[in-house]
Design a protein around this ligand. Structure first.
Ligand code: C5P
Length: 236
């Protein structure tokens, strides 16, 4: 598969066209950003870890019936993906309160939520990814109708119902995560982006240690060791 033109550069990945109009190559970068790009760093090897972790998780989800844009891992930092039109909604799934939920609503950090919360954020850096309700999504024409919003929520809950016990078996508490979805060439909504410690929060079940990007956000250090540990536990 030939890597051609750069078609998009995000904070953590670059996307390249290929010789097949229906396929793109995602390159996982070592760049780290937080607080909508206000805090920046670079951690050598981080991109490769996220590529490997996402590959394993997309494969595992596929075995459990969840379709994604993942096609195959090409090398340490490159993933071959189906080309999709990204839906500009970040779907946030929360099992335990922390982060912006605790900050915005005063729910104690670490409180187990009575049910899994699914929220929508606008994928829009210039606006700082604000929260959206269903009506906002429709007014902004981010989806075609209300049924598609229900579909996004249902798919996100399905992913959570697979990932949460999977990580529990590996000694990790899946606290919350962000998913992105896109439309494939037939207009079907499928899972896209990545699933990695950059966009999930994992707490060690025994020690409560943070094993995700909060190590960078909160200046705790040891980010790469934590991501390596997540990969090792996934690989068993
Ligand atoms: O910051 P907040 O508490 O809203 O984050 C919830 C979850 O969504 C976290 O796992 C975080 O890593 C993820 N997230 C993300 N990208 C964003 C916002 C949140 O991956 N732009």
């Amino acid at each position: 598969m030939e890597k051609r033109d750069l078609i998009y550069e995000g904070k953590a990945k670059r996307l390249f066209s290929t010789d097949d109009a229906n396929l793109v190559i995602a390159e996982f970068k070592d760049d780290l950003t937080a607080f909508n790009g206000a805090k920046k760093d670079n951690e050598s090897g981080k991109g490769a870890l996220n590529n490997k972790i996402s590959t394993e998780l997309f494969k595992m989800l596929a075995k459990n019936g969840v379709e994604s844009h993942f096609v195959e891992m090409l090398d340490d930092t490159h993933m071959l993906c189906k080309k999709v039109d990204i839906i500009l909604i970040e779907v946030i799934v929360r099992n335990i309160a922390t982060g912006s939920l605790s900050k915005n609503l005063g729910i104690p950090d670490g409180k187990v939520l009575p049910f899994t919360l699914v929220e929508f954020d606008y994928k829009n850096d210039a606006l700082g990814d604000p929260k959206l309700n269903d009506q906002h999504c429709l007014i902004l024409e981010l989806v075609k109708n209300e049924a598609e919003l229900d579909q996004l929520r249902a798919m996100a809950r399905e992913v959570n119902s697979i990932l949460r016990p999977y990580f529990h078996d590996k000694g990790l508490n899946l606290v919350d995560f962000k998913l992105e979805f896109g439309r494939d060439k037939d207009g079907k909504i499928i899972l896209a982006d990545e699933i990695s410690p950059d966009n999930c929060r994992f707490w060690d079940l025994e020690t409560g240690e943070k094993m995700d990007k909060d190590r960078f956000r909160q200046g705790l250090g040891g980010l790469k060791v934590a991501y390596e540990e997540v990969l090792n536990r996934i690989l068993g």
